[in-house]
Design a binder for this molecule. Sequence first.
Ligand SMILES: [Ca+2]
Length: 277
Amino acid sequence: MTTRTQRAWGLIVWAALAFLCAAAGCSGSGSEPAAPAGARPAPAAPTAATPAELTLDLGGGVTMELVLIRPGKFTTGAGEYGREVTISKPFYMGVTEVTQAQYQAIMGPNPSEFKGATNPVEMVSWNDAAEFCKKLSEKTRQPVRLPTEAEWEYACRAGTRTAYSFGDDASALGEYAWHGGNSEGKPHPVGQKKPNAWGLYDMHGNVWEWCADWYGGYPKGPATDPSGPASGGARVLRGGSWYRGGSGAFRCACRGGYGGPAHRGDRGGFRCAITLP
Ligand SMILES: [Ca+2]
């Protein structure tokens, strides 16, 4: 497939994604339903075996920083979804999207359209991201994987109950996100905007992020550690990208998910998670 064909196909796919997102209630910026009491994570202290921060050595002077995410509960979604989700196990979450330097250190070639060592890697499929995690696991002897969609939203919310991790006011989005209104038509080096309360950068914007789950309907009622349908045709993407100008795609609850696991686009990347032993 030629680059032009890939990009044209990508436009079709992302347009469909935007439609899905809008259909899923991501186009507004209103308040979300209040979460039940106790929705914030338990303030468990990190231990020597589970430090608050973890640094992986990818070789060649390249590292990856992750932070400990403690168990807790959150209420997901715009009003039509509102339901309680429990994250019962701690995990580590990448502080940033995977950069091109990190991707090259593990995979070799850099597939990105917008080249830059500290830019997020893009033009990576879900399969590519999974392969990266597998190889990084082998290199570091850590169980590196993609976050589940529930873990991603939990980490994005960082204990908040609002439309965005910084509140309900979309006018502050530019302080936290590269989006269509400030990106000048390209992704930017990771970690330049403000982090959320748990120290995670670019959860809103820059590039969409692949999650582990197949895209499908949410389970009804409360759920604990949901991991999506057993099978499907598309994988979940979260967080919005440098391309999109509307504020809806950047909501903590907004679901993306289109294109099969082999789809690549210049608006899609990922970040890593690690299961604790
Ligand atoms: Ca992002």
